[in-house]
Design a protein around this ligand. Structure first.
Ligand code: PGA
Length: 240
């Protein structure tokens, strides 16, 4: 794993932009694996700015997102489909029909997982962007998830529900389940870019870099990825 330590969130986002732009400039048809959460917001703002100012085009890119809450769709401003449109897609020239995410309101959840797995097999990510949970999760693969898992439905860990409740009116509104790409879908990406900022991520980052690879800390699966880059700020990287 290549580790890039920077001062703060701004520099983390700047470094991440460089990696993203190198992938898109090398392959204008790239498949971009994207993520939600607070961590990538700075990167997404910089991608939008670069698109406006320098004309980087995503018109031929495809996007696949990691995860979606069960029960939410684009009409909910807490859904990840909504998040992606508001925070990135409406600000660049990617075609919405080329953006993919699990359907949170699918009637048949198992069929939805199978559909998404088939799609991921067709659209292998040229880059997969990730944040990391304070408990070491990546996407919604909570501690104990099998390293060979594919898209599945998860019961969210209490710590994740608590972490994410800041974005909801109350903790009772946080969905208890989500669809998520599995760890093997993530490992299948040609390149992985994982970002971490803030002290709350320091223990998870230590495990990611220095811990033993084990299913109790899902992010440690990345230790065996052939092209994984971690960009973290000083606070998140204080133990490495
Ligand atoms: P965050 O979430 O970016 O909102 O901190 C990261 C994650 O849980 O994967």
């Amino acid at each position: 794993m290549k580790v890039i330590k920077v001062k703060n969130y701004e520099e983390m986002s700047e470094e991440a932009l460089k990696v993203m732009l190198s992938v898109v400039s090398e392959n204008p048809n790239a498949v971009l694996g994207l993520a939600t959460g607070s961590t990538p917001l700075g990167l997404y703002a910089k991608m939008a700015q670069d698109h406006r100012e320098n004309g980087t085009s995503y018109a031929n890119c495809r996007a696949v997102n990691l995860d979606e809450y069960v029960g939410l769709d684009a009409s909910s401003d807490q859904s990840y489909v909504y998040f992606m449109r508001e925070n990135l897609f409406k600000n660049i020239d990617i075609k919405l029909e080329n953006t993919h995410i699990e359907n949170g309101t699918a009637a048949d959840k198992e069929a939805e997982c199978a559909r998404y797995n088939a799609l991921l097999n067709e659209l292998r990510q040229d880059i997969q962007l990730l944040g990391i949970g304070s408990n070491g999760h990546i996407a919604f693969n909570e501690p104990g998830t099998a390293f060979d898992s594919v898209t599945h439905i998860v019961d969210l860990a209490e710590s994740t529900i608590k972490d994410n409740s800041r974005l909801f009116k109350s903790i009772d509104e946080v969905p208890r389940q989500a669809f998520t790409m599995g760890l093997s879908n993530i490992m299948n990406a040609k390149k992985v870019l994982i970002l971490a900022n803030g002290e709350g991520k320091a223990n998870a980052v230590r495990e990611l870099v220095k811990g033993e690879a084990r299913e109790e800390v899902p992010a440690t699966v990345l230790q065996s990825h052939p092209d994984c880059i971690l960009i973290c700020d000083e606070a998140a990287g204080k133990f490495i």
